[in-house]
Unconditional design. Sequence first.
Length: 300
Amino acid sequence: IQAFIFLDPSSGDVRVAPAVFHKQNKQKGKGHLVRCVQRKRGNNNDGDGEIVSALEIGNVDTVDKVYRIMTEHMKLGEINPKACECMRCYFEGNQSLQEGEASQAIALYDQALSAAKGYSSQLPKGSILMKRARAYLKRAAKHRAILRMHVKDLTDTVPSASTMKVLYQTALAQPALSTSIFQRLAGDTKVQQAKFRQIRYRHDMYEFALLHAVQDSLQATQILPQNANAWLLAGQCLAELRKLKESNQYYQRALEIDPSMEDALKGAMDRNKSSQEFMEVARASGFSGDTLRLALDVAA
């Protein structure tokens, strides 16, 4: 349906409505059955006049097939190939996102937005940005999962306080072993430093993905200012990035547009407020911003 709407070169000559056909001819493939009805314009110039022609096409499952129907069968004139490429990449990106392939989805959304540059606002740029933001959130979630594995790996190599006490007592009781104990500890320290660098790198990748998600979601609110889901998504992305006050501002705007979201958002806004208070106490106690974010992102 979206492909027919967004590829319409006249921005209004095509009207699309979903329908359930109770009697369908058996057809191969999983695509949709499309019935195209051409009508004369009515008295009100609304396209509800006399039927001129009709045709039925089965197994319509790609943007390319929609393109052929509109150009070859419906004779709607020229359709910008860039618009077709935009919609094709958009739908393929949605499929990749649904299958959990975040990086592939991001690459396809990049192509869709590139094809949409300089084209009319008729193309769903805001929706593409929202989808790409969700793909970046999925990428961030994968980075965080790896980050937690690295942290666990590091903690497993750090000796406990009781182990350190035993090593210290052993070195005092048997001075001949003190050098080897020290060398072992020094070697372990180098390994731990390398593991910590891996943690910092993965955390940077996690935050980098979140920054992209925030940028896309904020831009989507500018393109779709009356879309409550766009503001909701922006609030979610900001919350993941620990921009909690800003997150609640976007949640509040979503509520203003769609008050039915109140039950779902009240808990999220309360959690943001509690987390913000905790972070302010932690900073006042001497925790740096980077250390605090790392600790919270690992624990979340």
